[in-house]
Design a protein around this ligand. Structure first.
Ligand code: SAM
Length: 263
């Protein structure tokens, strides 16, 4: 297991973690949307990452198939889930070729994955294939807003573009729209609901470190040499703009769930 990939997975985990009460609200919303009665529900999560959605569900007793193609993410997931692993199976695989039989799970959970897959229709077809009749596709996503974060990311983008490299933003939201259209074309009826809103504190340094560590997908297509050239300039700019980088700012966050039941 490459140490760098586990280190990245822990950094991702720290950046995206939910406060316990938020994680609980998300698990409750998923459980309610699933609505399975009388038999033991089996959940499959595609791109499970380090398990921030999975772990509260596992703790509530769901049988969980945790699929990811990145062994570093699965390793951190495995360490975090130690002690509650009884009903969990880790699957190192590609979401576009799920190694499970047709109609074998009650719920497929997908959070922040579609935008990473240019050929997402393959993964969507696979998700629908493995769902039982009456099963539910559960797509979730976070939104976050803070003026400080926006200013830092704008400056980052300016510096990258000054190096002649284009930056694609807004892909995540666009992709959610494309998936919704695809589901409707199949005659399905996705239902979207904001589950929870909360506030968090983060330091300016943490916001810069997230860019430095390339934890956001929009940073990952920038060539390494460009990334290394621009980052010192970003830190210097931030120091001049904000002064104390250990100052906290408030981040408005929310989680939305879209549930689509199979016929
Ligand atoms: N769902 C988790 C969450 O919300 O915290 C993780 C989201 S993270 C942005 C995307 C995850 O999808 C990563 O763990 C990555 O390794 C995984 N992933 C990316 N492409 C994948 C693929 N083709 N098949 C399976 N997993 C994939």
């Amino acid at each position: 297991m490459p140490k760098a990939s586990v280190r990245m997975a822990y950094a991702y985990d720290r950046l995206r973690a939910y406060p316990p009460e938020v994680a609980g609200r998300i698990a409750t919303a998923i459980g309610n949307a699933l609505g399975v009665r009388g038999e033991e529900a089996v959940l499959l999560e595609l791109g499970v990452g380090t398990g921030r959605i999975a772990l509260p569900l596992i703790a509530r007793g769901y049988r969980y198939l945790a699929l990811d193609k990145d062994p570093g993410m699965l390793e951190v997931f495995r360490q975090k889930a130690a002690g509650v692993m009884r009903k969990v199976r880790l699957i190192e695989a590609d979401a576009r070729a799920i190694p499970l039989p047709d109609e074998s799970v009650h719920g497929v959970i997908v959070v922040h994955l579609w935008h990473l897959l240019p050929d997402w229709p393959k993964a969507l077809a696979e998700a629908l294939r493995v769902l039982k009749p009456g099963g539910v596709l559960l797509e979730g996503w976070d939104e976050m807003e803070a003026e400080e974060e926006r200013l830092i990311q704008e400056r980052w983008r300016f510096l990258v573009e000054a190096e002649g490299v284009g930056v694609v933003r807004g892909l995540h939201r666009r992709r959610l729209g494309e998936v919704e259209e695809a589901l409707k074309r199949l005659g399905l009826r996705p239902k979207t609901k904001q589950v929870v809103q909360w506030r968090e504190e983060r330091t300016l340094r943490q916001a810069l470190e997230a860019l430095e560590e390339r934890l956001y997908s929009f940073t990952q297509l920038v060539p390494e040499e460009v990334h290394e050239r621009i980052m010192p300039g970003l830190w210097t700019w931030a120091q001049g703009e904000f002064g104390d980088l250990d100052r906290f700012f408030t981040l408005e966050r929310s989680f939305t769930l879209r549930a689509t039941r199979m016929a």
